[in-house]
Ligand binder design. Structure first.
Ligand code: NAP
Length: 487
């Protein structure tokens, strides 16, 4: 049977390349090639830039209210197509339908709705200087590039395009070559909603296409989501033409559980923060610090719930709550980290192996894995694994755990569980992380700015804060008197 071939999306429609070059996309739950995608060759790349210029000329001149209405229409379409779009996310990522149908499209649409609401309120100010005055305008940057990771393909495309488009910019988006359809679907939705051609183009391919976006002179900004190492390359390349950057990178986040915490809630957080989306979430609380006194009861409940409540298998089965990892390579990488953990002396409490569920025997599954007796020096506690591997560490006092939690170059997220409200805030304020939770983990509403400290990122996504990163200030001085001049 011949495979479907998807193309790039330029100027409101699919566009075929000249070279005929394609790449394969594999369904992680079956291990089979599900379709092919054409690579953005030179023709596509040039067309995407020309189209974006044309789109920008129209979109940036529309009133914010007009843009807002189009974005809100896109929100309605996304919600109407929720289930159909969620299936595609499941097929591309291997994550459970249970999650994709409730979270991926919903949170993407929420972000567009949030920024559509803010668009008409973007304003400058005016200041009197004697009889003269100046005023400021918040103007769009121009063509922005979005480069996405594979864990939340549609959501990432929404989170990047929402503030960009709301501010009057246009976007050329490159999804991960492992999950290329989410962004294509979003492009179609924007067109259906009435966005002018060229407002959101999608170019397909691997890191080389991403690298092209980071160096192109006509692109004003790059918003990147991915690994720290790739982020560094993107930033260095963007420096060549002094592009603005937003960097959403990796983490090795601490989840701190004090002895007065509600243990059941804390166990829920540890499981959500390590096993949701089979562990492929950037904000995961993979270093679980448990205060000594409650360690036995915490571990008992954690083990029981992990062994009893996780249902691994065909992600489309509504009962499945734990899916397949993105690729065979990634599965191998996660299993290698597990071997390193054992070699370095951590105690493997549960999991630790690949799984072959009956209803999806060829998928890239790794069992939910918990290591105890971990130390700060172990590789498990230092490196982002991006899979379902939890490291449990113990601590005795507050100052100690804050110091150890901060002892990393990364600073994406952090969580604290305690019933003592002063301690909760005192501790959170000292943690070097951009996304923090108290007695919660993982929630990320569109209103809340998210992004990393230290090497986990630069800039923020979501939240009204982000509008500043997609506009530039023009200051206009107005003289009301004859001009004084020594000449
Ligand atoms: P990745 O390997 O860094 O890739 C990210 C994107 O960059 C992909 O589209 C990739 O293309 C592209 N790319 C690769 N080389 C490039 C280059 N030289 N120039 C420009 N683009 C280039 O990351 P990933 O494996 O897809 O995603 C997992 C990582 O993303 C984890 O570290 C995770 O923590 C992070 N993440 C962070 C957030 C956040 O909000 N902070 C959210 C989600 C994920 P190809 O893949 O097609 O080669």
């Amino acid at each position: 049977m011949s495979l479907v071939v998807y193309q790039n999306y330029v100027h409101g429609q699919s566009l075929s390349n000249d070279t005929g070059e394609t790449f394969e996309v594999i369904n992680p739950a079956t291990g089979e090639v599900s379709y092919l995608v054409e690579v953005a060759d030179e023709k596509i790349q040039q067309a995407a830039i020309e189209s974006a210029k044309t789109g920008f000329a129209i979109w940036s001149k529309m009133t914010p209210m007009e843009r807002s209405r189009i974005l809100l229409k896109a929100v309605t379409i996304l919600r109407e197509r929720n289930d159909e779009l969620a299936v595609i996310e499941v097929q591309d990522t291997g994550k459970p339908w249970q999650e994709a149908s409730e979270v991926d499209v919903v949170t993407g649409a929420d972000s567009i709705e949030f920024f559509a609401g803010l668009a008409p309120s973007i304003e400058g100010n005016q200041q009197q200087v004697g009889d003269d005055f100046y005023y400021t305008r918040r103007e769009p940057l121009g063509i922005c590039a979005g480069i996405g990771a594979w864990n939340y393909p549609l959501q990432i495309a929404c989170w990047k395009s929402a503030p960009a488009l709301a501010c009057g910019n246009v976007m050329i988006f490159k999804p991960s070559e492992e999950t290329p359809r989410g962004a294509l679907n979003l492009a179609e939705v924007f067109t259906q909603a009435g966005a002018p051609d060229g407002v959101f183009n999608v170019v397909q391919g691997d890191g080389r296409v991403g690298a092209w976006l980071t160096t192109h002179e006509d692109i004003a900004k790059v918003s990147f989501t991915g690994e720290v190492g790739t982020g560094k390359k993107v930033m260095a390349a963007a420096a060549g033409s002094l592009k603005q950057v937003t960097m959403e990178l990796g983490g090795k986040s601490p989840l701190i559980i004090f002895n007065d915490a509600d243990v059941d809630n804390a166990v829920s957080a540890a499981m959500l923060g390590n096993f949701y989306t089979q562990g492929e979430v950037c904000t995961n609380g993979t270093r679980v610090f448990v205060q000594q006194d409650i360690y036995p009861s915490f571990i008992e409940k954690l083990l029981e719930r992990t062994q009893k409540n996780i249902v691994c298998g065909d992600p489309m089965d509504p009962a499945t709550n734990f899916g397949a990892l993105i690729s065979k390579d990634h599965q191998a990488k996660v299993l290698e980290y597990i071997e390193i953990g054992k070699e370095e002396g951590a105690h493997l409490l549960t999991g630790g192996q690949a799984l072959r569920p009956e209803n999806a025997p060829n998928g890239f599954f790794v069992a939910p894995t918990i290591f105890t007796q971990c130390t700060d020096e172990m590789t498990l506690s230092k490196e982002e694994i991006f899979g379902p591997v939890m490291s449990v560490l113990t601590f005795t006092d507050e100052d100690e755990v804050i110091r150890r939690a901060n002892d990393t170059r990364l600073g994406l997220a952090a969580g604290v569980f305690t019933q003592d409200i002063t301690r909760a805030h005192r501790v959170i304020h000292q943690l070097e992380a951009g996304i923090c939770w108290i007695n919660a983990y993982g929630a990320s509403p569109a209103e809340m700015p998210v992004g990393g400290y230290k090497m986990s990122g630069i800039g923020r996504e979501n939240g009204s804060e982000t509008l500043k990163a997609y506009t530039q200030i023009k200051a206009v001085y107005v003289g009301m008197q004859p001009l004084e001049s020594p000449f």
